[in-house]
Design a protein around this ligand. Structure first.
Ligand SMILES: [Cu+2]
Length: 536
């Protein structure tokens, strides 16, 4: 679709052939039972962990980027789930140990492909040029400060071989309990590392306090990732569920559910660009799912739904009833159209559901996931959570933004923009000035329009926003989200799709500069992103 991709092919073609050492743990074999990711929990209010980012190329030529965590010297796991309570502190050390057998050749080709992005002015961490081997971490969805050693992605660079970079951040005491996730966010190179699997789940405990429906239920965490053989090149891809490839010639992942039970499923869309339309299908009929939370925020009221649309980077948490033992049941994603210049998101079974035991028996030990977190004494109101009073706040500014694409001939879009209405369309540059400046205390309504022939996924760091309108009409449910899809424009004669959302900049701890962008990671890497400054 664009000339950069041709260069990416040259680069990747060489890289894939030069099988790097297997620095990453083995991933689950096709057709096996899907287990929850290994989880590490805070103790006495603190979670200390050290991750080593490594990479390798597998037998099929897929490049893996892995967060390695050593539970013991003999037990190395990949991308564990980080479990913390409201108010807890996460101390996370990152060691970048990406090493290439063909480093010089690869670097040379990367220079051909795109200019290195230099972090101008302030630096945090190692500084230097951003390359495909540089990294940092974004704590997606967490409402924490955008500053060095916390959730900054603009100035933070961790370079290969550096002694280690330490993140230390405190989960706010009123943080919505739910599912969040972590992933690298170096501008220009985010897609490569996430495509390779560098992503993991974060759970802020306590959902059962706000949504008692989940109390005592078996809990599952599913991280859906997406891998292309050659990132940047449209074509076939694989979805994986907790690193197990979803469809390998008839060998599907297996989710074992205990007969006669309900389970609490927590699903993160950690794909680089796939819009998931999740369903549980039983004998060809979609089953009702009880939606509990979106983007880590418990819903004010649960919703019974057939299908849950989760844009790239979004999360959905819902209750699933175990199907009858004689039913044929699958966990499924529907096809989703992203428009004339978008990539096709195919319909695909994610896993077979296998019923084990009988309604009165217990599941086999090997298949039993960890129990749900201890239940809270009483249910609390979501009114105690961050942003819950947003609907009643006076709005201090209205803004309009739009997504657009520019064409360079017949091969599709070559430039991806998000623009504040009235400003010049331009791609993100690391040393650019903020496109929006506001102040702590501001409450703003943003209308975000899509003028491109492709669906985009809007994400803002540091805050959740409240969804007010879709296509100019008030929505039935004012959900709090951190990522939302805006469907593609169908062309001349058709209106642009839009969302109107309320942005909450009242919390002084989020003062600073951070970014908003499309969460299709290729678009973000190519500059569909800008900065916002929240002045103290
Ligand atoms: Cu996009």
């Amino acid at each position: 679709m664009c000339s950069r991709w041709l260069l990416a092919i040259i680069f990747w073609g060489c890289s894939a052939l030069s099988f790097a050492a297997s620095d990453c743990p083995a991933r689950p074999a096709a057709g096996t039972v899907v287990n929850n990711p290994f989880a590490i929990s805070s103790q006495n209010g603190v979670l200390n962990a050290s991750f080593t980012l490594a990479h390798s190329v597998d037998q099929q030529g897929y490049t893996h980027y892995c967060y390695k965590y050593a539970e013991t010297s003999a037990q190395i796991v990949e991308a564990p789930t980080l479990r913390l309570n409201q108010g807890d502190t996460l101390n996370l050390e990152i060691l970048d140990r990406i090493q290439d057998d063909d480093k010089d050749a690869k670097k040379m080709k990367m220079k051909m492909k795109m200019k290195m992005s230099s972090v101008a002015g302030k630096t945090c961490g190692d500084g230097g040029d951003a390359t495909i081997d540089s990294t940092n971490v974004h704590f997606h969805g967490l409402n924490v400060p955008p500053i060095c050693h916390q959730d900054d992605v603009i100035d933070t660079l961790i370079q290969p071989g550096s002694p280690g970079f330490k993140y230390s951040l405190q989960i706010p005491a009123n943080e919505p309990p739910g599912l969040y996730w972590y992933h690298p966010h170096v501008h220009g190179f985010t897609e490569f590392q996430v495509n390779g699997g560098a992503a993991g789940a974060i759970v802020v405990e306590g959902m059962e306090k706000y949504r008692p429906e989940v109390k005592g239920l078996t809990e599952r965490v599913f991280v859906i990732r997406q891998q292309f053989l050659v990132p940047w090149v449209p074509g076939a891809y694989q979805l994986t569920i907790n690193y197990e490839v979803a469809s390998t010639e008839g060998l599907r992942p297996i989710i074992q559910m205990q007969a006669g039970q309900k389970e609490f499923w927590r699903v993160a869309n950690a794909s680089i660009q796939d819009f998931l339309e999740l369903q549980v299908v039983q004998n060809d009929k979609t089953q009702k799912l009880k939606l509990i939370a979106l983007d880590g925020y418990p819903l004010a009221e649960t919703r019974d739904v057939d299908t849950i649309l989760v844009p790239p980077a979004g999360r959905a948490e819902f209750i699933v009833q175990t199907p009858p033992a004689d039913a044929s049941a699958i966990f499924f994603t529907q096809a989703y159209s992203t428009g004339p210049t978008g990539n096709p998101d195919a319909a695909e079974p994610l896993a077979d559901i296998q019923v084990v035991g009988t309604e009165s028996s217990h599941a086999p030990k090997a298949a039993a996931p960890p129990p749900a977190p201890p239940s809270a004494p009483a249910s609390a109101s979501t009114k105690a959570l961050k942003f819950s009073d947003l609907a009643h706040q006076a709005v201090t500014a209205q803004r309009k933004l739009y997504f657009s694409e520019e064409f360079g001939g017949t091969n599709g879009p070559i430039q991806f923009y998000i623009t504040v209405d009235g400003q010049k369309q331009k791609v993100f540059e690391p040393d650019e000035k903020p496109a929006i400046t506001t102040k702590v205390g501001a409450v703003e309504d943003w209308t975000i329009e899509n003028r491109a022939l492709e669906t985009h996924a809007f994400h803002v760091h540091q805050i959740h926003f409240e969804v007010l309108e879709v296509d100019g009409k008030p929505v039935a449910d004012n959900d709090l989200r951190d990522t939302i899809e805006i469907p593609y424009w169908s062309g001349p004669g058709n209106p642009y799709h839009s969302v109107k959302v309320r942005m909450d900049f009242r919390d002084p701890t989020i003062a600073g500069t951070f970014v908003f962008h499309c969460h299709i990671l290729l678009h973000e890497d190519l500059g569909m992103m800008h900065k916002i400054l929240v002045e103290p």
